[in-house]
Design a protein around this ligand. Structure first.
Ligand code: ZN
Length: 274
């Protein structure tokens, strides 16, 4: 599932590809992935892409119609969603659910075999994201202050791994980056009521992991690719995620996998403490 670094990589690719371009046509091939009134799409042809935002795992294309009205087109990639730019008339892969054609002829294809992804559209608010789009209210991990991070996670009774993936507390982390951050912070995923100094260290570990992953173009575990169809490379640098039974890169103890609240957690029993 694409997490913050993968969505950020797609956002950067789209900024390079479609910013300041005008939308020519929108073809919604599978209306069920569109979580808004499809009649709203009639407002979009001719609109200019004036900004591309990312909030957690959400992408927001800000579009300004010729009459001045601004719209937020929201995309969530779900488990297997892709937003890829193609030359004019490119073949559509199976499970292509929407095609956005720009004034230079290029096409943005939204495809998603597993169909957990979605698109939505709403008028842009004066600032921030449209509340109607239900962007997760959690803090941005690359922006949250130490005090705010500690306030959100101190005294949590849930295992820290589950708290990290709670999008109401922090948005953008999933299984991969929660596991990798906990390893770098030396924290067992089952730890509860984590102390302030350890939370401060965890926040720094999350920032470091996310920055390195963004620089590597994200992790391509199953089928993630960026907006140019290229995989990321950060999975080659994972220290625990997907490495069950392999030696810890720091101490050579075999990496363990446990199930925590229905999700797998990978960790080093030697380097990570409760
Ligand atoms: Zn270790």
């Amino acid at each position: 599932m694409p997490e913050l670094p993968e969505v950020e990589t797609v956002a950067r690719g789209l900024r390079a590809g479609i910013l300041a371009r005008r939308l020519r046509t929108v073809d919604l091939l599978r209306p069920s992935i569109f979580h808004a009134d499809p009649a709203l799409l009639a407002a979009l042809p001719g609109a200019e892409c004036v900004a591309i935002h990312r909030g957690g795992k959400y992408l927001v294309l800000e579009l300004q119609a010729s009459g001045g009205a601004r719209w937020h087109l929201l995309a969530h990639l779900g488990m297997s969603g892709r937003l890829c730019l193609h030359p004019s008339g490119a073949a559509r892969v199976p499970h292509t659910h929407a095609v956005f054609t720009w004034d230079d002829g290029r096409e943005l294809h939204f495809s998603d075999p597993r169909r957990f992804g979605r698109l939505a559209l709403a008028p842009a608010p004066a600032s921030g994201f449209a509340p109607a789009l239900a962007v997760a209210p959690g803090a941005e991990p690359l922006e949250v202050s130490e005090a705010e991070f500690i306030r959100r996670f101190r005294a949590r009774n849930a295992p820290i791994k589950n708290a990290l993936m709670n999008q109401k507390l922090l948005r953008g982390l999933g299984n991969i980056y929660a596991d990798e951050s906990l390893f770098r912070a030396g924290l067992d995923p089952r730890a509860r009521r984590v102390s302030r100094p350890r939370l401060a260290r965890l926040r720094l570990a999350i920032r470091a992991v996310l920055r390195q992953a963004i620089a590597a173009g994200g992790s391509s575990i199953s089928d993630y690719v960026d907006s140019d169809g290229q995989p990321g490379w950060f999975h080659l640098r994972h220290r625990v995620y997907g490495r069950t039974g392999q030696p810890c890169r720091r101490c050579a103890t075999p990496i363990r996998r446990i199930v925590l609240a229905g999700r797998s957690a990978h960790f080093c029993p030697q380097c990570q403490r409760r």
